[in-house]
Design a protein around this ligand. Sequence first.
Ligand code: GLY
Length: 426
Amino acid sequence: MKVLIVGGGGREHALVWKISMSKGISEIFCAPGNGGISDLATCIPINPEDIEGLVEFSKKEGIDLVIVGPESPLALGIVDKFSQIDIPVFGPKKDAALIETSKIYAKEIMKKYNVPTANYASFSNHHEASLYVDEKDLPFVIKADGLCGGKGAYIIRDRENAHSVLEDLFIKKIHGSAGERIVIEDFLVGEEVSYLVFSDGKEILPLVPSQDHKRLLDNDEGPNTGGMGAYTPVPFVDSEMENTIKNKIMTRMIEGLREEGIEYKGILYGGLIVVSNSPYVLEFNARFGDPETQAILFKMESDLLPIIISCINGTLGEIKEIKWKKGYTVCVVIASRGYPEKPEKDKIINGLESLKNLSDVMVFHAGSKKINGKYYTSGGRVLNIVARGDNLKEAIRKAYEAVSMIHFEGMHYRKDIGQKAFKYLN
Ligand code: GLY
């Protein structure tokens, strides 16, 4: 079987690595891939948003399966396009991906099908939104409706800031058409958890709960990023809470979408917050999380390929469970100086060779490139160091031991990945 994986980040490196261990794989291609992926797959210089280019390549190469990593090709209808030409493709179609690409749509579905989420109002008119923020109790959240690369949510603590955000969105149009409509919702305080499930449109199959670290600096300070690290499992998600999440959030959402005539196939990613022991949805994503996937797949014992194929074929119910390696996995992201605003590039990465001798440690590359056998930085998040341990402490120790062997000029990483979990462990 020839597989094409679309994307070029740490998530896609983890997907390539996991799929490379599946039975029956003859060749893996990745578009565009990165320096680390090029050691396992043939990287092809096609942009994930160039759907026609990907289709043409797949027909020529005789691709048997396409797995889509990022959200932007989903929003452009990559799954619809490959389905039309009968090439099996993993991910939701454009109408289903709306749960990520339109915050207002996701909120409307949640409200209609009684999926717990913060109270909200939506606006497409600057004046009406201004009147609303003058009256609304602080703090609250303003979210752009469309895709903003993780930069479209604003926590508002004073009214002056609210008006300046509205001006940015409606007048300066800093997010273009993605900010033409907005959601204003209550600010929820609690512990966040990423809960991902496979779906074939009828059944769900959950992955282990994980927790992302979105801020750039330790103690959740500094600007938001794509994610500076993750760990799994999450000790405050016990089996009772997990049942609540499965039944009252994930299944309700899949069934609600079915009622709307939408068959949701692929990964449904619930970005949740637990408030007083009750989970609420902050957002849904229509894809694997990054960096959560790097930690999750390193813990996964089961073969990924049959699960992906059964999601596409509508036979997920035949897979009873996913087997997991014991213990915890921790993923530490190493980023370039200047990330997320203006990351430096083209720095040589040293130390990767020495990590090959470590057990239970893996490096998934993100913004890296390989030239003449040497690896260089090429973007904001550069490497994901993933480690597994029998307990959280051991996983963290192994991950940071590996991080200490890596060096490139200006490298930055958080020193507290996973620490938050200790308060829930005895
Ligand atoms: N880790 C956040 C995301 O994938 O959107």
